[in-house]
Design a protein around this ligand. Sequence first.
Ligand SMILES: [Zn+2]
Length: 395
Amino acid sequence: MKQQYLRFLLPLLLSVIFSTASAQHQSVPRDGGGYRETPEKINDLIDTRLDVKFDYQKSYLYGKEWVTLKPHFYATDSLRLDAKGMDIHQIAIVKDGKLQPLQYNYSDSLYLDIKLDRKYKGGEQFVVFIDYTSKPNLLHDKPGHKLDGKGLYFVNPKGTEVDKPIQIWTQGEAVSSSCWFPTIDNPGQKTTQQLSMTVPAKYTTLSNGLLISQKSNTDGTRTDTWKQKLPHSPYLFMMAIGDFKVYKDKWRNKEVNYYLEPKYFPYAKAVFGQTPEMMEFFSKALGVDFPWEKYSQVVVRDYPLGAMENSSATLLGDYVQKSPWELVDDPNGTGGTTIAHELFHQWFGGLATCESWSNETLNESFAVFGEKYWNEKNMARTMATPNVMTSYWPT
Ligand SMILES: [Zn+2]
């Protein structure tokens, strides 16, 4: 009964959301008050290519971006991008592989108002190049605009805390991705993505999509490039960089990976091992297979929220890292519930996305429903087989 209901509901929801997803550009923080109606849509994101490296001493990101856009309908010669508190070094239009500088105004350090080289027709693509520095620790609220986060977080970047790992991670929801790359930071926008990260060679990286190349550099760094072909909203972009040990699991023919601090690696299966079964359960229940190219989960330090459903790369706080003995008291508790919640968001939030943050209740209501739906199934199974969790413990 529930499965039939959901099979009917998902196509309906997708058609409603995508047919009305006409949000253009609105960088209103979530707590800005009032209903945020769908704003006028001037330009659409198509593709975002980023090349980033990091200064751990300063907690800076040095970025180069090639963003492909098109006017949504009417011809326009202007482009507004969200970009919070950055240093902008160059903005240019890309013509036959060459850069042609563009004029822009960035006086408020919130929006890049760019004058294009000419008027572009509705649907006509153009590529803008931006060379910039993101300085998340120097961000501060502006009059009439309260930040809801820094977007990019450096954990123990100078290594001064001996018992704490050195990590970098991002948190985009709601409008914080524009703290680390210029974009139209609105859930009504969707873009494909390619992200190259140059990091100290000893670290592991994670981003959306698939790892398509790794290149060692002569200065002790390595450049990892991740690519996601299915478009998603800017708030779902992610990076995580650190000393993670990766447990490789699988669902059907897709990679399912768990990134943990090395000392928790032996318990990866105990914490995350139900994930492939959840993916199968939700895929069948919804009548839509898990849509992304892989599914990874990474546990990071100092994450202030519970977890975040970045497309194909969920990020979780370190409270889910548990030993088998702690899991005895919480076999299907916090971790399992959160894992189901974030996984269900891969459909509701990631694949079908609310048109503005005033509709975020859609994202969250479906994810909470997913938790309960999984728990109901899992509870019935656990009661039928009381020692089921022991099969996930390391031996
Ligand atoms: Zn949620």
